[in-house]
Design a protein around this ligand. Structure first.
Ligand SMILES: [Ca+2]
Length: 167
């Protein structure tokens, strides 16, 4: 059913999809407001998806295609609540890349960003209830002690330990 993602290692846990150094969850449990969606991601150690380049955007829209959710609306982790017309990501990453971004069709009261695979990004009323995409960076920095007594900082992926039993 999901040929693109068959056989991918389960580094991210059930229901999460790996891209780059991050894990993505397309959450269709309950449509919710932007704020509730954001809190739901946070509760899972993640945050609403922040898309910073075309390749990442392509991954996400392909994922929606793979899940047969081309026409569904998903909250992303950005808004222009603080300063009208200045969209920012929750993570404070730069808001440089956009995907056919329709900024509320001139309705400035629409502040929260969503993505629809078919059309691109929109901003909508933050109180509307939509599905959402979470992302978990899934990386840690660790200090490794070298032979000379100095530490080197390296980035490693957190691997989930999964045990399977055959009865
Ligand atoms: Ca706005």
């Amino acid at each position: 059913m999901q040929p693109m993602f068959d056989g991918q290692p389960m580094l991210c846990g059930p229901g999460w999809y790996e891209y780059g150094s991050s894990c993505y969850l397309v959450d269709t449990t309950d449509p919710s407001t932007w704020q509730t969606a954001s809190e739901n991601c946070t509760a899972m150690g993640a945050h609403l998806a922040v898309i910073t380049d075309a390749a990442e955007n392509t991954f996400i829209v392909n994922l929606m295609t793979s899940l047969n959710m081309e026409s569904e609306v998903f909250w992303l982790g950005g808004n222009d609540i603080a300063v009208e017309g200045t969209h920012v990501w929750e993570t404070t990453e730069p808001f440089n890349f956009t995907y056919s971004f329709d900024i509320g069709s001139g309705n400035t009261a629409m502040d929260c960003i969503c993505v629809v695979q078919f059309y691109g990004w929109y901003d909508r009323f933050c109180t509307e209830a939509w599905y959402h995409v979470c992302v978990n960076a899934n990386l840690v920095s660790i200090d490794i002690l070298n032979g000379d007594g100095q530490f080197t900082t390296q980035t490693r992926r957190i691997l989930q330990t999964q045990k399977m039993y055959n009865c």
